[in-house]
Design a protein around this ligand. Structure first.
Ligand SMILES: [Zn+2]
Length: 282
């Protein structure tokens, strides 16, 4: 999971697997530091699969001659405002990332769309597995409402967290990852959050008592903030975390016992059976 952010004159590369809230926050900072306030001379769509509810012609017509002015992240979505009040929507799917570069020799191999600036620098939307999405819209809040996205995981307090998740049913990990409840958490960080909250990923959420809920909320904010602080780079995350240790035959960084995996909601959860307990109302 290499990540580096440099000044606009250097080759920069930000690549992650399966972007979740921390990765998308790093993409936002990367875009903000490289691509704002420059006139967009052209939009070069190399692979139209990525376009959602917009054609290549409409995308180019909406963006050419304009500038990206600011950006806003919500969960795993990144919205970029232009000076004609349109918003570019980026969703990074499984392998999406951004690269800002100087000339064609530096163009990333799996670039699907290039935003070509008047100074001839380019911002590429790169996406090997082709699950990413690019759209163009006028109203971000209307988009969030239409797609029934919950509030951003880092912008809710304990009361709201409890209110939203407290009435749900199902495995706690599946509930955490459901973007309609709260937005931004995927497979990797859900496991990390549950590891910190000492909760087994398959625990039925209605079995969590008040104290466990508070722990879960604190772990959610702690993990997501700390991951952003570590540039979402596993190598920079604390060794006491689950993330650098996930996988077959690896050991729990807390107790040294072998980690185990279980399928929850169709995804592989890694956890420590000794450190993470199933919740109890008692
Ligand atoms: Zn353990």
């Amino acid at each position: 999971m290499p990540a580096s952010i440099g000044c606009a004159d250097t080759i920069v590369r930000v690549t992650f697997r399966m972007p979740e809230l921390p990765e998308v926050e790093i993409f936002k900072r990367y875009l903000d530091s490289t691509s704002l306030h420059q006139r967009i001379g052209d939009v070069d769509v190399r692979n139209a699969y990525v376009l959602k509810d917009v054609t290549a012609r409409e995308l180019a017509r909406g963006l050419k001659g304009r500038r990206f002015e600011s950006s806003r992240r919500h969960g795993k979505h990144l919205f970029v405002r232009t000076d004609n009040e349109l918003w570019l929507r980026l969703h990074f799917g499984m392998t999406g990332s951004l690269q800002y570069f100087k000339n064609d020799k530096q163009a990333p191999r799996h670039a699907r769309v290039f935003f070509v600036f008047a100074n001839n620098r380019r911002l590429a939307f790169e996406d090997q597995r082709q699950f990413g999405q690019i759209g163009l819209l006028k109203d971000v809040d209307a988009f969030l409402e239409k797609h029934e996205l919950g509030p951003d995981a880092l912008r809710i307090d304990l009361e709201e967290f409890r209110k939203i998740l407290g009435k749900r049913r199902g495995a706690v990990k599946s509930v955490l990852m459901n973007q309609r409840f709260i937005a931004g958490i995927g497979n990797l960080y859900a496991d990390e959050i549950l590891f910190h909250a000492c909760i087994h990923p398959a625990t039925e959420i209605d079995r969590l008592n008040n104290m466990a809920f508070t722990k879960l909320f604190r772990a959610t904010h702690y993990v997501l903030r700390k991951a952003v602080g570590a540039s979402a780079d596993a190598k920079q995350m604390p060794r006491s975390w689950l993330l650098p240790h996930r996988g077959k035959g690896r050991k729990c960084p807390r107790c040294g016992r072998k980690l185990q995996s279980v399928i929850v909601g169709g995804r592989t959860a890694w956890f420590c059976v000794h450190c993470q307990k199933r919740g109890s109302k008692n």
